[in-house]
Design a protein around this ligand. Sequence first.
Ligand code: UDX
Length: 447
Amino acid sequence: MKISIIGGTGYVGLITGLGLAVHDHDVICMDGDSRKLNKLNNGELPIFEESLPELLKEATDRNKVVFTNNIKTAVRESDIIMIAVGTPESKNGDTDMSQLILALKLVAGFMNNYKTIVIKSTVPVGTCAMARMIIKDNLNHPMIPFDVVSNPEFLREGNAVRDFLKPDRIVVGVDTPESEGVMKELYSTFDAPLIFTDTRSSEMVKYACNAYLATRISFINEISEISEKVNADIHAILQGMKLDKRIGSHYLNPGPGFGGPCLAKDLKSLINFAGKANADLPLLKAVLERNGLQIKSITDYIMSELKDVGSKKIAVLGLSFKAGTNDTRNSPAIHLLEKLADTKTTIHVYDPVVKNLEEPLHSRVTFPENIEDTIKDADCLIVMTEWPEFKELELKAVYNMMKTPLIVDTRNIFAPDKAHNLGFQYKGIGIADSLYKNIDVPLKNII
Ligand code: UDX
């Protein structure tokens, strides 16, 4: 099939385009970003993502993809036009639809025959209906037929290529049999359940999934706070939970709160548009509130443990919002650094792939060449991202490098008992620093 991706060099657009190209479709990745287009036309990638270099090579070797800024060609030479432009968060938490609306108007202006317009961007419920009106109002020839389809993506950064090529399911929202036929053919070579529903329900699937994932994280972070307060062990708690098939073992890792460009943005957008539909949302609002508490409680702990913080050195391991990506958008590590930056403390940071930060933070911290120089003489070591190389650190060696053996492990990558036995003051998420100190903390007013 002939497909064009508008916003074809962005995260979702590029991976979708290349993924469809290696499934033998003829793909035009169209974008206005000439820097990214030049990179791609030189065989380079504008984003860091596992397996993407191989995917780009396969798609270009097979002449199945072209990169262009020519939207007229992209529209005219394609039967399916996928819109994968950014729908970032606007100031009030709503979804900023400006790029999407502009793309729809431009596409409509160049349409010359029947087209299937596929919305791939994450958009509030009702956007397909709005898109139909925008296209109708901007067609050059009012009688040109078209359909608008919803086709949300569920790509995770760090796993995006795998998630696209081996999806758990493919969700498609259609309102006509013609467009259902087109989408069936498009995904006919994918080995995954193909779910067809109406466009509104399909748009809602994306929000429901991200809201549920965020809820799992905030839930386990709240249980972790209780675990610390009652001097229990979150590892044991999780073991008991995960074996319950109704709960499952995935996506229940306590941590510094969910970050990244999607979960918080989509949750705020959902709360906004559902609120406008008069839905009460106490749970979803609480999920966001809990998430905000994580970095606050971590910072408060560090401040309370590091007396006279201005004369201390803090080592921070990990800057990206999770392992496997160089993305620092809405990263908990950045939120922590912004709080620490207000103090006079010396801050050394290390991340295997993130070597720069936006100003003023970049100038406020130091980027030693390696982990050892980052940890050396530190009064506190804070683990913010669960990179595998941090897990391999030899705790004894870390102990000998540090000035004050205090570890704040927001990803629970180290064994608490081992850390304590080596003489560290160790604090995990759901692991109080009193655990394994063989001291029984009397629980006031409880027993
Ligand atoms: C997410 C959704 O997973 C994906 O389906 C959707 O398409 C886009 O948003 P992504 O943002 O790449 O993907 O990251 P994800 O792996 O979901 O992690 C999000 C945040 O939650 C990260 O900060 C991560 O560290 C945190 N997280 C994740 C936890 O704290 N605990 C967990 O168990 C899982």
